[in-house]
Design a protein around this ligand. Structure first.
Ligand SMILES: CC(C)(COP(=O)(O)OP(=O)(O)OC[C@H]1O[C@@H](n2cnc3c(N)ncnc32)[C@H](O)[C@@H]1OP(=O)(O)O)[C@@H](O)C(=O)NCCC(=O)NCCS
Length: 186
């Protein structure tokens, strides 16, 4: 009988032309704080809140690093090969093993925007989740005031599903309008 289960491998290393995707380490605290976590502009349209101190960033990283024991935890640090800095993150959430679906979210430091980097990263992660793990649908959404993120989704072959009005996401900007996208293998 055929085996229809997903082939979970956890956060392994992925390589693209300009980037290395790998597990976060506690020693990434400085890069994460300086490149994106303390930047209000980067956090403007994200679920996470801007970090107030480097110790806050460190404790977030401690939490993330503990989760790598699970083979169903996918959360990559994005390393820019040129300068070896950690410049952002990309993660998978909401895995549904029966429907073979999940969500994806990403963040990049402001100094690295509009260079095609998020597109390069998302393509690599979609490829891994589909061809190695066996995921069939990958969902993502973005605040409609953040069209650059939607453009990344489009460039990665995700298709627009619908606009959802005034959904509740977080305490700081509770009700926002979002566009939903999906990458589907069928
Ligand atoms: C959204 C984000 C990930 C994009 O990363 P990036 O590496 O700059 O993305 P890319 O360079 O691959 O592609 C960006 C695209 O958006 C376009 N774009 C940029 N600003 C735009 C704007 N204000 N309106 C419309 N399109 C815009 C770019 O022109 C480019 O499209 P093109 O290649 O067709 O010209 C990055 O800005 C980011 O991390 N922002 C903060 C966190 C965030 O918003 N995360 C996503 C939450 S849903």
């Amino acid at each position: 009988m055929a085996d229809f289960r997903l082939n979970h491998e956890g956060t392994g290393m992925l390589f693209t032309e300009r980037l290395i995707l790998r597990k976060f380490m506690i020693s990434d605290t400085y890069d994460m704080y300086n490149n994106w976590a303390a930047d209000k502009e980067v956090a403007k349209y994200t679920l996470w809140k801007v970090n107030e101190s480097i110790s806050e960033t460190r404790s977030i990283l401690e939490d993330w690093c503990m989760r790598y024991d699970s083979s169903q935890y996918y959360h990559w640090a994005i390393v820019f090969k040129e300068n070896k800095q950690v410049i952002g993150s990309i993660s998978i959430s909401g895995i549904n093993n029966c429907l073979k679906s999940c969500n994806v979210g990403y963040t990049l430091g402001r100094g690295y925007w509009n260079l095609g980097i998020a597109t390069e990263v998302l393509k690599a992660v979609i490829n891994f989740m589909v061809n190695t793990v066996g995921i069939q649908k990958i969902y993502a959404y973005h605040d409609i005031q953040n069209p650059a993120s939607g453009r990344v989704m489009q460039k990665c072959g995700m298709e627009f599903i619908k606009r959802k009005k005034k959904i509740f996401l977080s305490g700081s900007r509770p009700f926002i309008d979002c566009d939903y996208y999906c990458f589907s293998t069928k």
